[in-house]
Design a protein around this ligand. Structure first.
Ligand SMILES: NC(=O)c1ccc[n+]([C@@H]2O[C@H](COP(=O)([O-])OP(=O)(O)OC[C@H]3O[C@@H](n4cnc5c(N)ncnc54)[C@H](OP(=O)(O)O)[C@@H]3O)[C@@H](O)[C@H]2O)c1
Length: 273
């Protein structure tokens, strides 16, 4: 069983490829250099050469802030790029797994978002990812759309590492009025390995439980750190973020605090080697 992974050099891709190999799959991890998803001919060429049994599409424009000023680039990558992949999957009857985001929702709910809830993104990144979902549904009959949230992992820039880098500052202000679920890319990778064997459709997979960015930061740095909670209005950003983007998981996932503990332990272990 051969799986082609796009965005294999990204934060999720680098944990997902080994997880798939451990599960017995032959993995072709495609970086941007091999497979630029915004180049339609390149997409067709690589997919027809490899003819995988499944494609897991992790490649994306992921800078939520910059997406507001680089709208064309975000749309070209997340929407058009996904369309090219979806078209090729339809042509060769290849099941497509599309990794999507909690930011397709507007955050007006106060209880976890179900897979049946209507998306209504409030920032451009969310809009471009939703357009990607729509193309997957339009072109493919065999697809898994997997929405996840607040990712962190050992192979990419993420909130945990940002907080750790700031730990010696006198004051660290973090928003306390955006609620979501932190998710370790290792846990998501395990979830993806299971989901690809499940019936086609939309799935939610994120750390179980919920917290604010401030609560997440406190768990990373400890209660005696120099963290100060603030409101979103006080922390000006280009992109609006949903106030509440907790996903109702499609199956039991690990609690976010337990996952973070393991991530931190592994991080220390790697530092001392
Ligand atoms: N990070 C989060 O908090 C989060 C939350 C929910 C959902 N997601 C979704 O999860 C997936 C994985 O995210 P991640 O955190 O692993 O992101 P990431 O670290 O930014 O990885 C994305 C990868 O996509 C590649 N890429 C960008 N444009 C490309 C193109 N035109 N052709 C081919 N590859 C391209 C990037 O390559 P370069 O390194 O060369 O730019 C990068 O390796 C994405 O679909 C994202 O939307 C992420």
């Amino acid at each position: 069983m051969k799986i082609l992974v796009t965005g294999a050099n990204g934060m999720l891709g680098q944990d997902l490829c080994p997880a798939l190999e451990d599960a017995g799959y032959t993995v072709i991890g495609a970086s941007r250099e091999i497979l630029d998803i915004t180049d339609k001919d390149n997409v067709k060429q690589v997919i027809s050469d490899v003819l995988p049994n499944i494609i897991i599409h992790c490649a994306a424009y992921t800078n939520v802030e910059k997406a507001e000023s680089e709208q064309n680039k975000a749309m070209l990558t997340n929407a058009e790029g996904t369309k090219y992949i979806a078209e090729a999957c339809a042509e060769w009857d290849i099941p497509l797994v599309y990794i999507s985001t909690d930011y397709v929702f507007d955050g007006s709910k106060t209880t976890p978002y179900k897979v049946t809830d209507k998306p209504n993104p409030i920032n451009f990144y969310g809009m471009s990812k939703l357009r990607g979902e729509e193309f997957v549904k339009q072109y493919c009959s065999k697809y898994h759309i997997i929405r996840t949230s607040w990712l962190y992992g050992h192979h990419g820039k993420n909130f945990v590492e940002t907080m750790l880098a700031l730990k010696d500052k006198d004051e660290i202000r973090v928003v306390d009025d955006q609620i979501g679920s932190p998710t370790w890319t290792m846990d998501l990778s395990e979830a993806i390995v299971k989901i690809i064997k499940m019936p086609y459709g939309i799935y939610h997979a994120s750390g179980e439980g919920e917290t604010s960015w401030y609560g997440f930061a406190r768990e990373i740095l400890g209660a005696d750190s120099n963290l100060i909670p603030c409101r979103s209005e006080e922390y000006k950003t280009e992109a609006k973020r949903p106030a509440y983007s907790v996903l109702e998981n499609s199956f039991p996932c690990r609690n976010w605090k337990a996952a973070l503990k393991d991530y931190m332990a592994l991080r220390i272990e790697e530092e001392t080697v």
